[in-house]
Design a protein around this ligand. Structure first.
Ligand SMILES: [Zn+2]
Length: 321
């Protein structure tokens, strides 16, 4: 082999060897194909069920925050102030759970003091619950974020036009921005069964519930993607509503991985809402709390499709009772 060609050959061999030993990281290829966006929101902080079990609540908090960091996923999280109390006194260890979210860069929002339902109480009482819900999380958020996020418990926004209008006005006057959601997946239902299975030491059921949840979450994502295309003729940035719970302590990593494989990358709630779709009026009035992809259909004069939504598996519903 002539000298020049030989040296070219060796350069080629070295190049091939380097590529073989250091292949381009897989996530680079995955990220370039991630064209869809999603914002994550967590409700019922510090933890949906079992905040009194401090060890468990810490595990949930640390796990969720580590997974969000690993997936470069921003989020907003909504607090029930009442869960910070032992009945009378504010428990500093529970406040520390909230501080962990703030320290991890997750803005906190108001989800009312006692998870009150606008369908069940007079407006004045609801408004007082919103104000009581501000106490601790606003102190922790000082200097961190300018947006005052609010999420209605049960995403019930008002059963009559009068109550809806008055509540909207109250929230706006107090400076709140309502956090909509487009996708939910009954994670709270699966988590209730998951907790029971764990307590019973039933490992097979624990796995079955976890896998069942991930499959249902997939089905619901598909369903809401279809609805978005019906509403707007295109994909829209989705907003996922899930909870800080036992299920996500163990299953959030797999959930986010599946979403990434579907082509999602995670964005802030504010960025998702910059899409013009979010300027569509929410003219829904009623006692249920549907996705904004359903609500927007009212203003768009599209037929109601709430009944077409896939139900969670019957065995999960049965085991939750
Ligand atoms: Zn809630």
């Amino acid at each position: 082999m002539p000298r020049e060609r030989a040296s070219k050959f060796f350069v080629f061999v070295i190049f091939v060897s380097v590529v073989a030993v250091f292949p381009p990281p897989r996530h680079v290829a995955a990220q370039t194909s991630r064209s869809k966006t999603m914002a994550l929101t967590f409700d019922d902080l510090p933890k949906s069920q079992g905040t009194a079990d401090l060890e468990g609540a810490r595990r949930t908090t640390q796990s969720i925050l580590a997974i969000l960091k690993a997936h470069h996923a921003p989020a907003v999280a909504f607090v029930n102030e009442q869960k910070l109390y032992d009945g009378i006194h504010l428990v500093s260890e529970r406040v520390a759970l909230l501080r962990a979210w703030v320290d991890a860069g997750v803005p906190l929002g108001n989800h009312t003091y006692s998870h009150v339902d606008i369908n069940q109480v007079p407006l004045r009482k609801y408004e007082n619950d919103v104000i009581r819900g501000e106490k601790t999380y606003t102190r922790l958020m000082r200097g961190h974020s300018t947006v005052k996020w609010f999420r209605h418990p049960y995403t019930h926004t008002g059963p009559t036009p009068e109550i809806r209008a008055a509540l909207d006005k109250f929230l706006a006057t107090r400076g709140y921005r309502v956090a909509p959601f487009t996708i939910e997946n009954s994670d709270w239902l699966f988590s209730a069964v998951y907790v029971k299975a764990k307590e019973a030491g039933d490992g097979a059921l624990v796995s079955r519930v976890r896998d069942g949840y991930l499959d249902y979450a997939d089905a619901m994502t598909t369903w809401f993607e279809t609805l978005a295309k019906e509403d707007f003729g295109r994909d829209v940035p989705q907003i996922l509503l899930i909870h800080s719970n036992e299920l996500h302590t163990d299953a959030l990593d797999a959930l986010l991985t599946r979403l990434e494989r579907r082509g999602y990358r995670f964005v802030t709630l504010g960025d998702a809402m910059k899409d013009p779709a979010y300027r569509t009026a929410d003219e829904f009035i009623g006692t249920s709390g549907p996705s904004w992809l359903h609500r927007w259909r009212v203003a768009k004069h599209l037929p109601d499709r709430m009944r077409d939504e896939p139900d969670p598996p019957q065995w999960v519903v049965d085991l939750s009772k």
